[in-house]
Design a protein around this ligand. Structure first.
Ligand code: PLP
Length: 362
């Protein structure tokens, strides 16, 4: 057990972040996006921490809605891609889940569904330019009208769209998407929901009645060069392990698989018990910072399945057994992600089953 890599989830940070989103997005209601096992933080754990605080939860699929209902949550739960097959509709009615409706095939299933099982709440999804899910803007009014005539559907139909690059605060594409959505939905009744996390930070005109925030809830940012903490959010995950060896390696020797890194002098090389088998990115470049005690030291050599190697020249007091932090409040995951050629979401979502999850109130 002592070698286990540990992900500590900070429940206090989750609650702080939700309040921070609420104050930025006011008076909009907050849908807490907990898809992908709450961005790797644990679906049931995060839902428990935010129960009563979030106005609704949003998930990617019916299965996650089922898990939340099984855990006893009574809030609204929005399934962001709606029913994947005709049979899902009855299940969504039974579980009282809101369904995003984004495609003609779903309209067909809805028209054939039994209205006796209770009214389904739906969100009409408009494709304002991302071209992933949603009806073309020119179809929005007709689909809204069609949904309004279906007896099994709650008449308070939500209107939703999703941005492709809202983290580019001065970009043209988001402005265009906002305009297209407004045009497509003019005169249609129902609450609007446009903003993801980055849009809450950078696009105040896109608030609508509901915001749908994932990343910020976990203290994560996708804004280039910025971490969640730069916007007043707190990291909700610390990934940590231990130093299990310190070796004196001679100048000119090469470290790890394929000998990618050569020692420029005689030096101490630390070995920490974490690797891509835990979800630490194999693509992390030499120089990626790692915390040993309170000292940032650079990763050297290739990340292997169970281990990483560290340049300890700047940490002469490091000892075997010292705590090693891969990311967390003192070392933003955004920095590690940038060094690995990806985004923070990808890293927190990528924790494997070998990682031990614990929680605290920080
Ligand atoms: C994932 C997702 C969100 C949340 O995005 P963040 O950038 O994590 O806030 C919102 N809406 C939809 C449709 C999504 O798929």
């Amino acid at each position: 057990m002592s070698r286990t890599t540990v992900a500590t989830i900070h429940l206090g940070a989750l609650r702080h972040n939700l309040e921070r989103i609420r104050s930025l997005a006011e008076p909009a209601k907050v849908m807490a996006v907990v898809k992908a096992d709450a961005y790797g933080h644990g679906l049931e754990r995060v839902a428990r921490a935010l129960d009563g605080a979030a106005d609704a939860f949003a998930v990617a699929s019916l299965g996650d809605g089922l898990r939340l209902r099984a855990a006893g949550h009574r809030q609204r739960i929005v399934v962001l891609s709606g029913p994947d097959q005709a049979g899902d509709i009855a299940e969504m009615q039974r579980l009282g889940l809101d369904a995003a409706i984004h495609h003609e095939s779903q309209l067909r299933w809805l028209s054939e569904a039994s209205p006796t099982r209770g009214r389904l709440r739906v969100w009409l999804k408009v494709d304002s330019g991302m071209h992933r899910l949603g009806f073309a803007p020119e179809r929005a009014a007709a689909v809204h009208a069609q949904l309004s005539t279906m007896t099994g559907i709650d008449p308070d139909i939500g209107l939703m769209t999703h941005f492709a690059e809202s983290e580019v605060f001065d970009g043209e594409r988001t402005r265009e998407q906002i305009q297209r959505f407004q045009q497509a939905t003019t005169g249609l009744s129902g609450p609007r929901s446009l903003s993801n996390s980055a849009a809450v930070l950078g696009w105040p005109d896109a608030r609508g009645e509901w915001v749908r925030t994932g990343g910020l809830l976990y203290g994560l940012s996708v804004v280039e060069g910025k971490a969640g903490e730069d916007f007043g959010f707190r990291a909700a995950m610390t990934l940590s392990t231990r130093l299990i060896a310190i070796n004196a390696i001679r100048r000119g020797e090469r470290i790890g698989y394929n000998g990618l890194w050569e020692c420029p002098e005689d030096m101490p090389v630390g070995v920490a018990a974490v690797g891509y088998g835990d979800g630490y990115p194999r693509s992390a470049a030499a120089g990626t910072p790692v915390l040993v005690g309170n000292q940032r030291v650079p990763l050297i050599g290739r990340v292997s399945m169970d281990l990483i190697t560290l340049d300890l020249r700047q940490a002469p007091d490091a000892r075997v057994g010292d705590r090693v932090v891969l990311w967390g409040p003192e070392l933003p995951v955004e920095i590690v992600a940038a060094q690995a050629g990806t985004i923070s979401y990808d890293l927190t979502c990528g924790m494997t089953r070998r990682v031990l999850f614990v929680e605290d109130d920080n």
